[in-house]
Design a protein around this ligand. Sequence first.
Ligand code: FAD
Length: 358
Amino acid sequence: MNKIAVVGAGISGLSMANYLEKHKIDYHIYERRKKEDLAGHGFLIPQEGIEYLSQIIDPLLLFKHGNFLKKYIQYSHTGKKLGEKDLNNVFAISRHSLINLLAQNVSPGKITYCTTIIPCETQNGRLKQSDGTYLDANLAIISDGSRSRIRRSLFKDEKMKTVRESEVVNIIKDKEIADTIENDFIKFHHDQGGLTFGILKLSDDTILWYSQFDNQKYRINECSCDNLKKYMLEVFEDWHPLVSSIIQKSNYDNVHLWCVYELEELNPFYKNNIVFIGDAAHPLIPFTSQGVTSALKDSHVLTKYLVEENNVTEAFSKYESDRKPEIETHIQNGRTLLKQFLLPTDQHTDNILPISYK
Ligand SMILES: Cc1cc2nc3c(=O)[nH]c(=O)nc-3n(C[C@H](O)[C@H](O)[C@H](O)COP(=O)(O)OP(=O)(O)OC[C@H]3O[C@@H](n4cnc5c(N)ncnc54)[C@H](O)[C@@H]3O)c2cc1C
């Protein structure tokens, strides 16, 4: 029987653990952060992602922790309506809630926090913990995120680049604003392109807001809370009053600035006894809203082949063949959405949803 190590307890690592649990396959997760450290942002999850989540989390419990969005409405930055579309069962949930729900099914003995896993440069393919001990495993599932250190050490020629879009994300409690936006996903776009402000409701009294900006045009040199607040107040000063009031009212203690990365070309999804899932295999830019669903599908498909195949290499190979074509589609869709985001709104094609569908 293979001894399985899972590296990283984000959405991919934890969903992998849930699928392995379902099939009674033993594993151990190694995570760099402290258990309670969860940077705050949230996810839009299309219906397909909800279907995969419902296989591993009680759907009623899941639905209590987030909100289904009904309509996507686009406005110009001054409030002129540009278009709207119905959203087909798109669910919004905070990262914090989703990680906690996924972690509930993992027994504390199967996860070690505060340990960074590093590749051993002298013994190709072996992994060790920060204290120098080698991982006790003969199969490693790597889910350590878009900037995966293990992936970079195995595929030294890969070209990783910063995407021309960054995001400031915040979650605030405000019942009045939550009531105003109802269950709509509202996004304001600067007429000249390269700057948006999105708002959506996570629960009756909690909203998530985010600003996407062209990081060549809008530069933030320092990302302390005070600096981010100053930047937001300046940049959005003359926007629709809903935007400026949210920015004014927000507490910035947990605000987060995200830089986004992508690979020029995907690497293989595995090498020897090491296999990659989620952002570690294929960073996806946020415009696609497919990161979580892809992570869930990776975990589901990889588990299926690990169960069906006697040979691990065969399982990895089938997993890659199954998943890569769909991921390539999301990468192309993400690039199209990024191009459109950078253009003035009068050059946008008709009301593209901020979600990539295959
Ligand atoms: C601003 C923003 C908005 C987004 N919005 C959406 C959205 O609306 N919908 C959606 O589906 N997706 C969205 N995404 C993408 C989504 O966040 C990711 O696809 C998803 O979180 C991937 O999860 P992951 O587990 O693969 O990686 P991560 O979430 O990055 O998790 C990696 C984990 O590995 C740990 N780790 C890292 N290195 C090591 C190491 N060496 N040893 C041990 N542990 C390690 C980290 O601490 C972390 O816990 C968004 C992303 C961003 C940046």
